[in-house]
Write a protein that binds this ligand. Structure first.
Ligand code: GAL
Length: 536
């Protein structure tokens, strides 16, 4: 369960410093938050009694015991701001105010979450015609509202929306969210979880401000919506680290999706380490949905101490295979999802070497909670339309990785806000090995791609082979642990499919950092690289 470590007593923004030892774990970070939020089912039509009932149901349905701890009040509680600038709750919906309500939530051993907008008006005032949402946002009242929400009302979490700030005031996201975080930190003497709700990956700055950030438009209880959000998150694993997560939005489990669609929804939210905020009416949730939400093994993947998001290791036949380390980095245990988003049956083959596992491999199906025997060399699953198979593998050996896809790289300049014309991003390419290349890397020394997890068992000399799409006037600078790789000669004519360039590099034993970019010209679109040890 996410509990805030006491070393944060004085400073909320220090979440990212939590890389040292806690409870004896080598690396321990706050996992994604788990709880319930009012928006999906009730929109702005919320009231005190309703929230209390949901909090009660969290306990009586066994969800608190399963790890869910937040009760988040979304848009709809606003009343008005008075002449002194003080915010008031809705007189009919929350006559008792929010202080006693958050007290009630806390008295159940749960945590309380609240909502606001970075601008003046809430999204509800724009889209749900909730006139009480006018003039109640944080704009101009950052410290006053922080004092009210967290010191007076004692909330633990805030989701900060962007309708009023974006379409109405045209504020710049990074500056605006930084101002708000600073105001909260200066006003509140304890950690507050912050969620950025800007409906697209906002930029790598978000990790300095928030514990999670939305990466998509609003979810709806439809298969297309679930599938679309998964697609948006497939190549963002490099940004979910150390207590900071990509938020795939609130769950639509228990709201009419088919059983296998719900399994995909929950399974992928879990393995991709998204916050898990239930969005249905907890008092009437169907039994099968409730059991799915309480699946221990899937929750463990989500709350894993490494805090990693699974990345795509293979994309073939319309399906995806995703993998992540669990429990301990580079151990023999890994979690894998075989995912078929299509409307036809799909067969997915995995060479176990490609996920660095060797020898006999024990397979456990996490959705069904049963061991399925042992595999050697490979695994193949035939998946029904719109389905997922999530397994935990325990191998005899963990092998040294050979290949690194471009789409696994961390791009410090990546953003999905659509503000730049030539924005570095992960682009589709039919020729590329994982069907993805990095496009528009280079042009400045800040716009590079980084793989910080290039692993060598013993260290030594390696042959580095980079595959890319050749084009005129491209340059590539490669750096291994801070040392420039020289003598890279690129092919300069386009239209030839994938080209490769090779160099010899030195790796140290353990983790290495490789960066690729070009400080003045564009680099070519990058596909992947391999590392082969050279025997001396
Ligand atoms: C949207 C947000 C939703 C919900 C809604 C409230 O912008 O993405 O999750 O909070 O506003 O009006």
């Amino acid at each position: 369960m996410p509990s805030l470590p006491s070393i944060f007593k004085a400073c909320a923004v220090c979440f990212s410093l939590l890389s040292t030892t806690i409870n004896g774990l080598a690396s321990s970070f706050d996992p994604p938050i788990m709880g319930w939020s009012s928006w999906n089912t009730y929109r702005v039509n919320i009231r005190e009694e309703l929230i209390k009932k949901q909090a009660d149901a969290m306990i009586s349905q066994g969800l608190k015991d399963a790890g869910y701890s937040f009760i988040n009040i979304d848009d709809g509680f606003f009343g008005y701001r008075d002449d002194d600038g003080k915010l008031h709750t809705h007189p009919e919906r929350f006559p008792g105010g929010l202080k006693s309500l958050s007290g009630y939530i806390h008295s159940l051993g749960l945590k309380a979450g609240i909502y606001s907008d970075a601008g003046s008006n809430t999204c509800g005032s724009i889209w749900d015609k909730d006139l009480n949402g006018i003039g109640v946002g944080l704009y101009g009242y950052e410290k006053e509202d922080a004092d009210l929400f967290f010191n007076e009302w004692k909330f633990d979490f805030i989701k900060i929306d962007y309708c009023g700030a974006g379409q109405e005031l045209s504020l710049e996201e990074r500056k605006r969210y930084t101002e708000i975080r600073d105001a909260i930190d200066k006003t509140v003497g304890r950690p507050v979880y912050l969620n950025i709700c800007r409906w697209a990956f906002p930029g790598t700055w978000a990790k300095n401000i928030a514990q999670s950030w939305r990466i998509s438009e609003d979810i709806s209880p439809t298969w297309n919506s679930v599938k679309h959000i998964i697609e948006k998150n497939l190549y963002l694993a490099a940004y979910a680290k150390q207590g900071h997560y990509n938020d795939m939005d609130m769950l639509e489990i228990g709201r009419g999706l088919k059983r296998e669609e719900e399994e995909v929804h929950f399974g992928l939210w879990c393995i991709m380490s998204s916050p898990l905020l239930i969005g249905c009416d907890l008092t009437t949730i169907p039994e099968a949905s409730l059991n799915l939400l309480k699946n221990k093994e899937l929750i463990a993947l989500n709350q894993d101490p490494l805090g990693l998001q699974a990345y795509v290791v293979s994309h073939k036949n319309g399906g995806y295979i995703l993998v992540k380390d669990v429990e301990k980095e580079r151990s023999n245990t890994r979690a894998v999802a075989f995912y078929n988003p299509s409307d036809t049956t799909c067969s997915l083959y995995l060479d176990l070497k490609d996920i660095e596992l060797g020898g006999k491999v024990e397979v456990k199906d996490l959705l069904r909670g049963r061991f399925e025997g042992r595999a050697i060399n490979s695994l193949t699953y035939t998946l029904a339309p719109r389905s997922v198979k999530i397994i935990k593998l325990k191998a005899e050996k963990r092998l040294e990785p050979v290949k690194y896809e471009a789409e696994w790289a961390y791009l410090p300049e990546y953003s999905d806000l659509g503000t730049k014309k030539k924005q570095v991003h992960y682009a589709y390419s039919a020729e590329a090995s994982g069907k993805r290349v990095i496009r528009f890397v280079g042009g400045s020394s800040e716009n590079y791609a980084e793989w910080d997890n290039v692993y060598s068992e013993k260290g030594g000399k390696y042959e580095l082979t980079i595959s890319y799409l050749p084009e005129a006037q491209r340059k590539l600078e490669v750096d291994v642990n801070g040392t420039k790789v020289t003598g890279l000669k690129l092919e300069t004519f386009g239209g030839k499919g994938i080209a490769t360039v090779t160099a010899h590099v030195n790796l140290k034993a353990g983790k290495n950092i490789i960066k690729m970019g070009s400080s003045r010209y564009w680099a070519p679109d990058l596909d992947a690289f391999t590392l082969k040890p050279l025997r001396e």
